[in-house]
Structures are given as C-alpha cells and as structure tokens.
Design a protein around this ligand. Structure first.
Ligand code: C2E
Ligand code: CA
Ligand code: CA
Ligand code: CA
Length: 274
C-alpha cells in the first residue's frame, strides 16, 4: 500500500511539474509570439435577428506556435492573464482589429478584454488613445468584458464603463449567465448589450432549464433596454427559437465560423451572408 501510495504521490508531482513546465513554455513563447508574427486574428460575423444584416464582427485571437501548432486562446489567454503578457497581447489585438476595421463600410468590431486588462491603470485613456491614433470612431468599437471583470470592484467598474460609454464605445457583457452577477447590480453598469453564453444556447433544445434561462436573459435585456446577442448558434431550430424569444442579434457557426480578415472584408462589403 505504501508503495502504491508513493507511486500516486510521484505521479501527481510529475504531472504538477509538467503543468508548470507547460505554463513556463507558453509564457516564454508568448512573449516572443508578437515579434515573430505568430499571432493572428479571425473575425466572426454578428448578424441582426432576421439574419439579414452583418452588423459587426467579433475579433478572436489565434496563436500559431512552433512547438504545439495552433493553440486555442482558451489555453493561452488564462496563462497570459496571470502575467503582464496579457497587456502586450491585448494591445496587439486592439491595434490589429482597428487596422482591419478601417476597410469595413460600417460594421463595428467587438474586442474581448480580460479582467486584468479592464482593471489596468488608466484603461479608459489607453483605449481612447488607441482609437484616436487609428482614426476610428469609438462607436465602431464594442468592448466585450465578462462579469468577473466588473463584479469584483463594482464601484470602480461602473465608473470605468460610464466613461467609456460617454466616449461612445459600445459595451457588451460577455458569457452572461455564467458568472456571479447580481441582477441588482446590472442596472448600475452602462451597457449596450448582453451576450448569452454559448452553453445556454447549446442546451436550449435539450433541457427546459437552459431554454428558461435564455428566455429570462432576453426578457431582462429588453426590460433594461439592452440588446441581446445569442452566441454559439449552430442550428436552424436555435435560430427560430431565438427569434421567437426576441434576441436582437445572433452569432455562431450556423451563420459563419470565425474567418480571416480577407473573407471578413468580403462579408462586410456585401453586408449580408449568402
Ligand atoms: P468567447 O469570447 O466566449 O468567444 C466565443 C468562442 O466560441 C470563440 O472561441 C468562438 O470561436 C467560439 N464559437 C463561436 N461560435 C460558435 C458555435 O456556433 N459553436 C461553437 N462550438 N463555438 C463557437 P475561441 O475563438 O476559441 O475563443 C475562446 C475564448 O478565448 C473566447 O471566448 C475569449 O474568452 C478568449 N479570447 C479569444 N480572443 C481573445 C482576445 O483577443 N482577447 C482576450 N482577452 N480573450 C480572447
Ligand atoms: Ca467574446
Ligand atoms: Ca462569450
Ligand atoms: Ca465563452
């Protein structure tokens, strides 16, 4: 039993080491990824509820690593978030997205900001400077943040959001329904829309609970005068149900996977999806 026990401990230790080693390697690689040109952005259209107009695109980062091939942002963003790398990465994402946006006729770009970016000292001044340098109207930039970013220090977050909105930025609350938001607090934040988390859309056809949550979020959004974007829409049945429920915008593989800047430009110029 003792040997077995030690065995388990050893395996556990080794896997811990490996986890740490992996993180270090990712951190090391990421710090050079920008200079090496290994990062890129893909863009996923956001369409009006009748699915006729492409109103905007969400920018999603990709990292083509030498060691591991294409790595998901779900893996490297949390690692970047634990170091200051997230700022450098985030600055690159914003700069790149704003460059690409210039070519589109009227759509907005929706950019993800992690909690640490949002809480950065002088985030408002920083982002304003970026759009001014690029010569972009703030109204064409949607800032996607999660509940985690705003509910830790609600007072300060409310102030930041207020300032951003005053300047004309759009604000979307991402992954809505998965965090710790209190409905009471939602009122205090200057928001433009809620994004219903993909997990609820996914469960809609199967579980009554998910369908009920989706309906509640849409209802809440409408009552507060906010837009509601349903993300992760994959099927015709989901489109019908979401339309009926009153979602204002839809996004997901059903319409389009995230695409390269070139393809996004074609979609933006057409203004519709075919
Ligand atoms: P998110 O912001 O919730 O983005 C939605 C994710 O769902 C994206 O994954 C997107 O490709 C995927 N998706 C969209 N439609 C569908 C669908 O119909 N079905 C399915 N199964 N998936 C769909 P992705 O690109 O891997 O990004 C994962 C997460 O990484 C994002 O979740 C976001 O939290 C983070 N992320 C991505 N890009 C950035 C970035 O530039 N900055 C920051 N801070 N985070 C980012
Ligand atoms: Ca997002
Ligand atoms: Ca999301
Ligand atoms: Ca998500």
């Amino acid at each position: 039993a003792k040997r077995g026990g030690r065995g388990i401990v050893r395996v556990f230790d080794e896997s811990m080491d490996e986890g740490i080693r992996f993180r270090r390697r990712v951190e090391g690689g990421l710090s050079q990824a920008i200079a090496k040109g290994e990062l890129s952005l893909v863009y996923q259209p956001i369409v009006s509820r009748d699915a006729i107009d492409v109103v905007g695109f969400e920018a999603l980062v990709r990292w083509n690593t030498q060691e591991y091939g294409l790595m998901s942002p779900a893996t490297f963003i949390p690692i970047a978030e634990e170091s200051n790398l997230i700022h450098e990465l985030g600055d690159w994402v914003l700069r790149e997205a704003l460059e690409v946006l210039k070519q589109w006729p009227g759509q907005y770009v929706s950019v993800n900001f992690s909690p640490r970016q949002f809480r950065r000292h002088n985030f408002v001044g920083h982002i304003m400077q970026s759009v001014q340098r690029a010569g972009i109207e703030p109204a064409r930039v949607q800032i996607e943040i999660t509940e985690t970013a705003i509910f830790d220090d609600a007072e300060r977050a409310a102030d930041t959001l207020y300032k951003l909105r005053q300047m004309g930025f759009r604000i979307a609350l991402d992954d809505f329904g998965t965090g710790y938001s209190s409905l009471y607090n939602i009122r205090k934040f200057a928001l433009d829309c809620l994004k219903i988390d993909r997990s609820f859309i996914d469960g809609m056809g199967r579980e009554r609970e998910s369908a009920a949550i989706v309906h509640s979020i849409i209802h809440l959004g409408r009552a507060l005068g906010l837009g509601v974007i349903a993300e992760g829409v994959e099927t015709e049945a989901q489109v019908q149900a979401l339309r009926l429920a009153g979602a204002s915008h839809l996004q997901g593989y059903f319409f389009s996977r995230p695409v390269t800047a070139d393809i996004a430009l074609d979609m933006a110029r057409a203004g519709i999806l075919d």
